[in-house]
Design a protein. Structure first.
Length: 65
């Protein structure tokens, strides 16, 4: 189930097709008109380490987590 009331929608991208439970519901970025990568310097990420692993910073509109 996807909460479309939020601007945070997560899905697996094609490189992770080995997850059989997600095989039929992967995002194909090349076929999307709205997909774009977020650079590690984007304020959306709360942290990026040397391996480019990211932590996500998100909250509700009222500021609560």
């Amino acid at each position: 189930m996807i909460d479309t009331g939020s601007n945070l929608i997560w899905t697996l991208c094609v490189p992770y097709y080995n997850f059989t439970c997600q095989m039929n519901s992967t995002l194909k970025p090349i076929q999307s008109s709205t997909y774009h990568n977020l650079r590690c310097t984007t304020s959306f990420w709360s942290a990026c380490d040397d391996n480019q692993l990211r932590s996500v910073k998100s909250s509700y509109g009222d500021g609560s987590v």
